[in-house]
Design a protein around this ligand. Structure first.
Ligand code: ADP
Ligand code: MG
Length: 484
């Protein structure tokens, strides 16, 4: 499973740990009531607190606390009923306070677990180190004025959850699976919208290499990567860069690097010596954050069924293959759609239709489930027509294409096009007789021992009936006639 790089001097194993920043879904910021809508006009969502006007005091947003606890529960993590907000001091134009309020030694959430789903239905547990709440900074805009940098404070003070993993991942695929799973969980929970292209989720990617089985090597950290593809590419580049250095007898310097997705390479931002000394200390404007068991229990009672549990249920109760179940639960919307189709119907058949024909057509037309031309009810009705013998599975695929392209119902299409399956033995027998009469040579070969020709006759009868003959009935009637 792990990524092994073969050097001239032997194998190297890749080790990855991720720090993901996830924007808390909330109408207000972490310590102010300002709005947080994505794409709002610059500097229109900034309170005096976010602009760090003198004398302004932060007030904790209870919703953000609830969301952090919810996420912690979703990661099966230890919830800390006592946590502390610290000031992380540094100077930057888009940080008007001169410090970021974060949690350092006592985060709101401790150790947890995230199960990643790998190809071929396998899964692996990745340790979660912690989750803490912190403020986002504003944004410096360097490309709108020839000599000046502009600052947009809309993001200043927005609540983020920083979710830190253990260095448990061993390949770019595992890192991708981790981010996908984390995104899936926060979306199920409704605690972060997971939209990486809008900056709602971004990752700091820590990479090191070592001889298999050795102690951890020195890591480099690549900041703020906001696409799963770039996370994977940056790991491949960075791991190979480190191996080249080590193979040449060099050592890795711990540093923060930048991933340039255009050039596909990483380069130094700052070395360990240049690392900030943040002078963390508890923020005197904020009391320690404390809540009781009842607060946690209330959130727990309200948790939705999460992807892992849903997958397990689909496998054990509905008999789906783990791989198919995994595909269906990855987005809650897909799981809900599938369940609406499968309600009172054959689950495996429903799963095949959703992951096969439906996904295939959505892909083909670059549509998503939310604007699918075929609703769950309509797909269910189509499956019912197969089950009750009105149409064959083959005809159903044609009907589905038409449903997808025109938005018509299955029964209307079957009616209009006269696609009803023929189970009437008289009509089928007549077709069989015609086919046999038209192929005397094939009949002779068959009777001479060439059993395989049964398939040929079967095909001819289906063709003669426009694919509408009930294959079961054809099967029953054909063989006795061929055998004479
Ligand atoms: P910092 O807070 O300075 O960034 P941490 O020790 O909290 O450092 O680690 C941050 C991240 O780096 C974690 O996700 C952790 O799993 C990862 N990490 C730590 N050591 C290594 C290593 N040797 N190789 C890869 N990742 C590592
Ligand atoms: Mg870090």
């Amino acid at each position: 499973m792990g990524m092994i790089i073969q050097g001239a001097t032997g194998d190297w194993e890749v080790v990855i740990g991720l720090e993901v920043h996830a924007q808390v879904t909330s109408n207000a910021k972490l310590f102010s009531g300002a709005a947080t809508k994505y794409g709002a006009e610059q500097n229109t969502q900034v309170s005096f607190v976010d602009a760090a006007m003198p004398g302004m005091l932060p007030v904790i947003n209870e919703m953000a606390v609830e969301q952090a606890v919810r996420t912690g529960l979703g990661l099966k993590a230890k919830i800390n009923k006592y946590s502390v907000f610290d000031r992380k001091n540094y100077f930057y134009a888009d940080l008007p306070q001169g410090y970021q309020i974060s949690q350092f030694l006592q985060p709101i959430v401790g150790e947890g677990i995230l199960t990643i789903d790998l190809k071929d239905g396998e899964s692996r547990d990745i340790g979660i180190t912690r989750l803490h709440l912190e403020q986002d900074a504003g944004k410096s805009i360097h490309d709108q004025h020839p000599t000046m940098t502009l600052v947009d404070l809309n993001r200043s003070g927005v609540a983020l959850m920083e979710i830190v993993s253990e260095p448990d991942m061993r390949s770019p695929e595992e890192a991708a699976a981790y981010v996908k799973k984390l995104r899936s969980i926060v979306r199920y929970l409704g605690t972060c919208d997971g939209n990486m292209d809008e900056g709602s989720m971004r990752a700091d990617v820590n990479v090191s290499v070592r001889r298999p089985g050795d102690e951890l090597g020195t890591r480099c950290e690549m900041k703020n990567i906001n696409s799963i593809r770039f996370i994977q590419q940056s790991i491949i580049y960075e791991a190979n860069r480190q191996v080249d250095i080590l193979e040449a007898g060099g050592t890795i310097a711990q540093e923060t690097r930048l991933y340039d997705s255009v050039k596909g390479e990483t380069r130094t931002m700052r070395s360990k010596e240049e690392a900030h000394d943040y002078q963390y200390f508890p923020d005197p404007d904020l009391l320690p954050l404390q809540f009781d068991d009842a607060f946690v229990e209330k959130i727990k009672a309200d948790l939705p069924e999460l992807p892992d549990e849903k997958k397990a249920r689909f496998v054990t109760e509905l008999g789906l293959k783990p791989y198919d179940a995994g595909v269906l639960v990855s987005e809650k919307e897909t799981a809900d759609f599938f369940e609406a189709v499968a309600e009172g119907r054959d689950a495996k058949m429903s799963a095949n239709w959703v992951t096969g024909e439906l996904f295939g057509n959505l892909n083909r037309t670059s549509k998503s489930l939310s604007n699918s031309p075929v609703s769950a009810e309509e797909l269910g009705a189509l499956i019912d027509l197969i089950k009750d013998g009105t149409i064959s599975n083959r005809i159903a695929k044609e009907v589905f294409e038409e449903m997808f392209d025109t938005g018509k119902s299955a029964s209307d299409i079957v009616e209009e096009k006269g696609l009803k399956q023929v189970s009437d033995t008289g009509a089928i027998e007549a077709a069989i007789d015609d086919v046999i009469a038209a192929n005397p040579d094939k009949l002779e070969e068959y009777r001479g021992g060439k059993d395989k020709l049964l398939g040929f006759f079967m095909g001819q009868v289906m063709k003669a009936t426009g694919g509408k003959a009930n294959p079961g009935v054809v099967n029953q009637l054909l063989k006795p006639k061929l055998d004479g």
